[in-house]
Design a protein around this ligand. Structure first.
Ligand code: M6R
Length: 365
């Protein structure tokens, strides 16, 4: 049931500190502060030369975030594909490659077909799924479960952040196994993960501010989302979430791509949501914000206190997020991104949990 919430989506957004915490506890040994996967992998990450990640929709954006993590922590090249492309492309996989499939439902037709293809090619397969009895879980070699609990709202929220938590731990495990991370590095990263549930609770306190902002967004025809690094897939996620439940057209872009096209769209009517924690690409994103501001664009900046102080650009609204370890910002910044879509949809009066034309689980291609 919806408890005291108006929609399942609101309930599921608010449940995140708890369910992401459960997922964390399944993948980390809290006593030793080490990653401890609940299953033994049937391969050694040292032998893996390449990882393919395949999923659809929001789960594919979790996959893009994970690509940054695997490449940074484990120095292993990663390709991310949407399942509908991967399954028909006849991508050359080598025996012993690793293919990871991400799916909340575990029933998405294209993701399942992609899994079957990878198995036939002799790849090792890992499924990151929320429903342990699902077809994708049953058919993959290894299952890493997300502990989000049942997700009812068609828009994926808590499943996404739990997927990120599992993938962060897997990427750290890969980094350790490949000798790219020291014990000390691991401890530092795990400390960062342990903070996430509390930081997500802090992020929820931006809700009133976001509710107000939603009235403004609801008047827009188009919204642009920008981010760099791991905030780039979050920009894609923000745009998808807004489109699917508020029916407002939105695009997510890597901030560096602004000049290569989308800047032509910017005028006084177009809100630009910039996701920019104070990390190593922050300054670069600030330059992109300056380009937006110079064309009269209305900037909605999601950053931390440091970023808010350093951003030399006038924003319409700045949403100040808690300070945190730079590597794991997507899990925390997902919260205001989801809230913005949610409250905009509420203002628009759409059917938030059952948006038109969409199904919770896409079991036909
Ligand atoms: O069940 P799955 O995770 O495989 O579903 C994948 C997508 O259909 C899903 O994430 C979809 O994009 C959501 N409606 C996004 O909110």
């Amino acid at each position: 049931d919806k408890a005291n919430y108006r929609h399942f989506m609101a309930k599921e957004i608010h449940e995140q500190p708890e369910v992401v915490g459960h997922t964390l506890a399944r993948y980390v040994d809290m006593a030793t502060e080490r990653v401890s996967l609940p299953v033994t992998l049937p391969f050694d990450f040292k032998d893996i030369q390449r990882i393919n990640i395949t999923a659809c929709g929001t789960a594919s954006y979790a996959g893009i975030v994970a690509k940054y993590w695997f490449e940074r922590f484990a120095r292993v090249p990663v390709e991310v594909d949407v399942a509908s492309e991967f399954r028909y492309r006849e991508a050359p996989l080598r025996k012993g490659d690793l293919a990871i499939f991400i799916s909340q439902s575990g029933e998405t037709a294209d993701t399942l077909a992609a899994l079957r293809y990878a198995k036939a090619e002799g790849a090792h397969t890992i499924a990151v799924v929320n429903v342990p009895t699902s077809t994708i879980a049953r058919e993959s070699e290894t299952v890493l479960q997300t502990l989000a609990g049942p997700e009812i709202g068609v828009a994926s929220t808590k499943a996404f952040t739990c997927q990120l938590m599992v993938l962060a731990n897997l990427a750290i495990a890969a980094g350790k196994a490949r000798g790219e991370l020291s014990d000390e590095d691991e401890t530092k990263l795990v400390h960062g993960l342990v903070e996430i549930p509390r930081l997500m609770s802090d992020a929820l306190t931006t809700e009133l501010q976001i509710e107000k902002l939603a009235h403004r967004i609801a008047k827009s025809r188009d919204v642009l989302y920008l981010g760099r690094g791991t905030s780039y897939p979050l920009a894609l996620e923000g745009a998808l979430k807004l489109k699917e439940i508020s029916y407002i057209h939105a695009e997510g872009y890597a901030a560096g791509e602004l000049k290569h096209g989308p800047i032509a769209l910017i005028d006084e009517t177009m809100p630009v949501v910039v996701i920019a924690p104070y990390d190593r690409v922050f300054e670069k994103t600030v330059s992109n914000m300056q380009e937006v501001a110079a064309r009269g664009g209305n900037i909605i900046l999601m950053t931390d206190a440091k970023g808010a102080a350093e951003a030399t650009v006038e924003s319409l609204v700045t949403i100040v997020m808690p300070d945190m370890a730079a590597a794991f910002t997507p899990m925390v910044y997902a919260v205001p991104v989801q809230l913005l879509a949610y409250h905009t949809a509420v203002v628009m009066g759409t059917d938030v949990d059952q948006p038109r034309n969409l199904a919770k689980s896409v079991t036909v291609e």
